[in-house]
Write a protein that binds this ligand. Structure first.
Ligand SMILES: Nc1ncnc2c1ncn2[C@@H]1O[C@H](COP(=O)(O)OP(=O)(O)OP(=O)(O)O)[C@@H](O)[C@H]1O
Ligand SMILES: [Mg+2]
Length: 461
């Protein structure tokens, strides 16, 4: 079924209504006026005829012409014009004067005079056919050119004014429609964002009417939804912490047991050559180092430090990360494409933490493109948000892994901790932002980050 926009629903009836008002109504008025005037004109012409008949004027057509400005025609029984005040070729007039038709009507009305509108020599006349002795006809003709002119002019004026009025109405109704539809459109866009799961921000209340009330109610609903989602996230985090503790214990068991074996061997074999002893000590230190890295990552994730927020230039922070990575990227034959929005406003964020998150995402992209490829970075403003997109042309992520990416310790890499993305998500959520990933195996991955332009949603602890 075809959908009509609210704006059209307002504009079209207005235009239709005004078309009727400015076109149809005046046309009917002109028609009615014309009919009334014609009746009046006929009555007046009859009065004239009465006067002419009752005076000697009936015998002097020329005087009638001078006195009334009307023409006179005398017609014989054979419908030939005997005399006329009209100038020109009478023979052509007799056909135009419709005498036979007039005679028929006179007979039908018992020999009374009849009236007819007739065009003679290109001009319109109101003609009274008055029967006389020997079946002659006395025709009194009043020119109607002025009335016809007035009618034509009125119609032309109306037709000229009508489009202007309709255009004006279209413009005004368009503005009214826009005024009504714009806040609705904005609310619809906002609801779509909410429906997609983006609960950040509020829809601006621009009108103080029912739509404004609806926007306020919707904002309240979104806030409530966000709060309950945060509570849910909190509960989920607690559950994750439990899982993390278990997986952390599992992760450190391996280095711990190899350290124990090495230490036991060192204690047992006192006669071991110095070089072997030193090597075993090095292995133990390496394992300690591994545990240290894991503990640090775990601590970062489990007990994040408060944000050190300051308005920062996001493009610059990204560039600093890229500068650090430059050698790494060119070593892996990765082509870097930057599409930074130069007009990006300053955004409040914790420089070190966000750089760390960027760094991990860029590192992930590098890992995903061992044979080289393209890494595209773009920044843009998206209403109350700043959005950063990182596209790589790497190996991609199988669908079954897509919803595990942000799980702590989820990794597909032998040396990975699986804390990179989990930490990045944590940092962005602390900022009141979000991170999303899309990927197609064999084609590449897109990581999208959103940061709010204001600190309204920031979690400071
Ligand atoms: N751009 C990417 N392309 C393909 N896979 C990716 C990409 N980014 C992340 N992944 C997948 O997500 C997993 C988790 O990433 P995450 O950064 O959390 O941990 P990691 O990279 O494995 O470990 P670490 O960050 O500690 O080196 C990765 O192991 C990888 O399988
Ligand atoms: Mg990583």
């Amino acid at each position: 079924m075809r959908r009509y926009r609210i704006q059209n629903k307002i504009v079209l009836p207005f235009i239709l209504l005004f078309t009727v008002v400015v076109l149809v109504v005046p046309l009917i008025t002109i028609m009615l006026f014309d009919r009334k005037y014609d009746e009046q004109f006929s009555l007046e012409t009859q009065e004239w005829l009465k006067v002419i008949v009752s005076t000697t004027y009936i015998h002097d057509p020329q005087k009638v012409k001078e006195a009334y400005g009307a023409e006179v025609m005398i017609v014989g029984v054979d419908n030939t014009i005997n005399s006329s005040t009209l100038e020109g070729d009478w023979s052509t007039f007799s056909a135009e004067m419709k005498f036979p038709e007039a005679r028929e009507r006179i007979e039908a009305s018992n020999g009374e005079f009849v009236l007819q509108n007739v065009k003679v020599g290109g001009r319109l006349y109101k003609v009274i056919y008055y029967p006389q002795k020997a079946r002659r006809l006395y025709c009194l003709m009043r020119p109607m050119a002025k009335i016809a002119d007035a009618k034509r002019q009125a119609t032309l004026w109306m037709l000229g004014i009508a489009p202007v009025v309709i255009l004006l109405v279209a413009l005004i109704s368009h503005l009214i429609g826009k005024n009504l539809a714009d806040p609705i459109k904005e609310l619809v866009q906002f609801t779509r964002r909410v429906a997609e799961g983006n609960l950040k921000g509020q829809c601006k209340v621009k009108t103080h009417d029912e739509i404004g009330d609806l926007t306020i109610a919707f904002n309240q609903m979104t806030r409530d939804l966000r709060n309950s989602r945060n509570e849910l996230i909190q509960a989920e985090r607690l559950a994750t912490a439990g899982k993390m503790a278990a997986s952390f214990a599992h992760e450190i068991r391996n280095p711990l047991s190899s350290m124990r074996m090495l230490a036991q061997m060192l204690m047992r074999k006192k006669e071991l050559p110095e070089s072997r002893r030193a090597q075993s000590m090095r292995y133990i230190l390496e394992e300690i180092e591994r545990i240290d890295v894991m503990v640090k990552g775990w601590m970062d994730f489990a007990r994040p430090a408060a944000l050190d927020l300051a308005p920062n230039n996001l493009n610059q922070a990204l560039q600093e990360v890229l500068d650090l990575m430059e050698a790494n990227l060119s070593h892996h034959q990765i082509l870097l494409l930057k599409k930074f929005d130069a007009n990006l406003p300053p955004v409040p964020f914790d420089r070190d933490k966000l750089k760390q998150a960027f760094m991990n995402i860029v590192l992930n992209a590098t890992d995903a493109m061992p044979e080289g490829g393209t890494l595209e970075l773009s920044t843009m403003q998206d209403s109350d948000w700043v959005r950063i997109d990182l596209l790589d042309t790497g190996v991609g992520i199988p669908p079954e892994n897509l919803n595990r990416l942000f799980e702590p310790f989820f990794t597909t890499k032998p040396q990975g901790t699986g804390l990179g993305l989990a930490n990045a998500k944590r940092v962005l959520e602390q900022h009141g932002g979000d991170i999303q990933m899309e990927s197609v195996v064999g084609k590449g991955t897109t990581v999208s980050l959103w940061l709010p332009l204001t600190t309204a949603n920031t979690i400071l602890t």
